[in-house]
Design a protein around this ligand. Structure first.
Ligand code: PHE
Length: 449
C-alpha cells in the first residue's frame, strides 16, 4: 500500500490486513502459548477472546482509521480535538516500536533456518530431537550468530521500507498467503497420520476446563490481540485506506477467522507431531515447537530440505508482511506529523530498532544474565507489550469509542453512512461500550489480586 492510495481491490485489502495479522504470532507464538497454558483450555478461551473481543475491537480500530483518515495520533486529534485522547494513538505507536524489537529477533532465527535449509545443513543423517534441539540452541542462544541474522533481517526490512515497495509486498502476499495455507494443509495431513497423533489432537482440542484460570485468560487475550494486530495502530492506519464502500464488519470477521484458522492449523501440525515423536515430556517449550518439531516433521517427507526451505521461506514472508505493517505505524507518524521525508522517517525509526533488536537477540544467550523483573530483555518485551500494553490500549480505545466519541461515529462507519445493513450493529456497539471494557479491565485487575 503506498502512502496516499486506497486499496484497489477487496482481495488486496483483505490480503494486506490478513498479511499483517498472519505472522510469527500464529506460527511461533500461538503453539508456544497453547502449550504453556494447558492446551485445549487455552484454545477455547482464545477463540472466545477473538470472537467476543477481537472482532469488535478490530471494528473499533477500523472505525477510527476510516473516519480519521491518517496516522494513529492524528486520527484522535481530528476526532477529539483539544483532548488527551491522542495519547492512545501515541501509546500504540510506542508498542509498535517495542514489538518490532523482539519480532525482528524471531524473524532473524527464521532467516537462519531458511538459509540452513537451503544449504542442507539442517538435515544430516541425525534426525533425533536431540540434534535439532542442539541446532536450535545454537541459533537462539549462540554468542553472536543471533545478532548477525537479526541485523540481516532488519536491514532487509529497511531496504524494503526505503524502496517503498509495499505494493510489491502486497501483491506477493496475495500469492503467498494461499501458498502458506496449502502448505499447512499438507503438513496437517502428514502430522495427523503419524503414529499416536490422536494424543496430540486430544491435548489441543479436548478441553480440561479446570485448567482455566486468570493467567490462561490473560495470556489468551494477549495472544488474540497480538495475532489480530490489535492495539498497535496498524488497523487504524490501514483503515485510512479502505474505500468508503468497504463493509467493515465483513472485513473484520473474514480477517479474524482466517487468522484463527491459520493458528488452529498450526496447532494441528505441531501437537500431534510432538506426541508422536515422544517429545511431550521433554522440556520442549515455546520456540522449539517451530524450530525443532517442524524440521522433525520434514524428515518424515521425501526431500526434507525442500519442504523445510519452503516452509521457512513462507514463514519469512509472513513475518515480513507483519514487520512492514508494524514499522509503517511509527514511520507514517513521523512522515505525517513531523514532516519528515520517507527516507528520514524510515531511518529515524529503523536504526534504533536495528541496534535494540541486535542487543535483544543476545538476551537469550550471552546477555541472559541481565534481567529486569526476573525476565531477560526478549521475554520482558514479549510479555509486557502483549499482555499489558496491547489490552490496555484496546481498553482505552473502547472507552473512547463507547463513551466519548462523536455520536453515530461507530454506527455511521458500520453501515457506511446508512447505506448498508449491519445486523450486528447493536451487538457490536454494546460490546464496545460495556462488555469489552469491563472484561479487559477485569482480566487486568485479577492479575494483581
Ligand atoms: N499479528 C502479527 C502476528 O500474528 C504480529 C504483529 C504484531 C503484526 C504486531 C503487526 C504488529 O504475527
Amino acid at each position: 500500500m503506498s502512502s496516499n492510495n486506497q486499496f484497489n481491490s477487496k482481495i488486496g485489502l483483505i490480503a494486506a490486513t490478513v498479511g499483517s495479522a498472519v505472522g510469527l504470532g500464529n506460527i511461533w507464538r500461538f503453539p508456544a502459548e497453547t502449550q504453556a497454558n494447558g492446551g485445549a483450555a487455552f484454545l477455547i478461551v482464545y477463540i472466545a477472546c477473538v470472537l467476543i473481543l477481537g472482532v469488535p475491537v478490530m471494528l473499533g480500530e477500523f472505525t477510527l482509521g476510516r473516519a480519521g483518515g491518517s496516522d494513529a495520533v492524528t486520527d484522535f486529534r481530528r476526532l477529539a480535538p483539544r483532548t488527551r485522547w491522542w495519547m492512545i494513538g501515541a501509546g500504540s505507536i510506542l508498542v509498535a516500536f517495542l514489538i518490532n524489537i523482539f519480532y525482528m529477533v524471531v524473524a532473524g532465527w527464521t532467516l537462519e533456518y531458511f538459509i540452513n535449509s537451503i544449504s542442507g545443513n539442517l538435515f544430516t543423517a541425525d534426525t533425533s530431537a536431540q540434534f535439532f534441539t542442539t541446532q536450535m540452541q545454537s541459533s537462539v542462544e549462540g554468542s553472536y550468530a543471533p545478532a548477525i541474522f537479526t541485523i540481516a533481517i532488519t536491514l532487509i526490512n529497511i531496504s524494503i521500507l526505503l524502496l517503498g515497495v509495499q505494493k510489491g509486498i502486497e501483491r506477493m502476499s496475495n500469492l503467498m498467503m494461499p501458498a502458506l495455507f496449502l502448505l499447512l494443509i499438507m503438513f496437517c495431513i502428514v502430522s495427523l497420520s503419524l503414529p499416536g497423533a490422536s494424543g496430540g489432537v486430544e491435548f489441543f482440542m479436548k478441553p480440561d476446563f479446570s485448567k482455566i484460570n486468570s493467567t490462561v485468560i490473560i495470556n489468551a487475550l494477549g495472544q488474540a490481540f497480538f495475532s489480530l494486530s490489535l492495539g498497535m495502530g496498524i488497523l487504524i492506519t490501514y483503515a485510512a485506506y479502505f474505500p468508503r464502500d468497504t463493509k467493515l464488519t465483513r472485513t473484520a470477521v473474514t480477517v479474524s477467522l482466517l487468522d484463527m484458522l491459520v493458528a488452529v492449523m498450526v496447532g494441528l501440525v505441531i501437537f500431534p507431531a510432538i506426541v508422536s515423536f515422544g517429545m511431550h515430556d521433554a522440556s520442549v517449550e515455546g520456540t522449539s515447537l517451530v524450530f525443532v518439531t517442524m524440521p522433525m516433521i520434514f524428515t518424515h517427507l521425501p526431500c526434507p530440505a525442500l519442504w523445510s526451505s519452503l516452509f521457512f521461506f513462507l514463514l519469512l514472508l509472513a513475518a515480513a508482511t507483519s514487520t512492514i505493517s508494524i514499522s509503517e505505524v511509527p514511520i507514517r507518524y513521523f512522515q505525517d506529523t513531523k514532516r519528515m521525508s520517507r527516507r528520514r522517517a524510515t531511518l529515524t525509526v529503523m536504526l534504533p530498532i536495528l541496534v535494540l533488536s541486535a542487543v535483544c537477540s543476545l538476551s537469550l544467550g550471552p546477555l541472559s544474565g541481565y534481567k529486569l523483573l526476573g525476565m531477560n530483555m526478549f521475554d520482558l518485551l514479549n510479555t509486557v507489550t502483549t499482555n499489558y500494553m496491547l489490552p490496555l490500549i484496546a481498553l482505552f480505545t473502547c472507552i473512547y469509542l463507547g463513551w466519548f466519541s462523536p455520536r453515530n461515529l461507530l454506527s455511521d462507519q458500520l453501515t457506511n453512512g446508512g447505506t448498508v445493513k449491519c445486523r450486528l450493529k447493536l451487538a457490536i456497539s454494546f460490546i464496545i461500550k460495556w462488555i469489552a471494557p469491563a472484561l479487559i479491565a477485569l482480566i487486568f485487575i485479577s492479575q494483581f489480586l
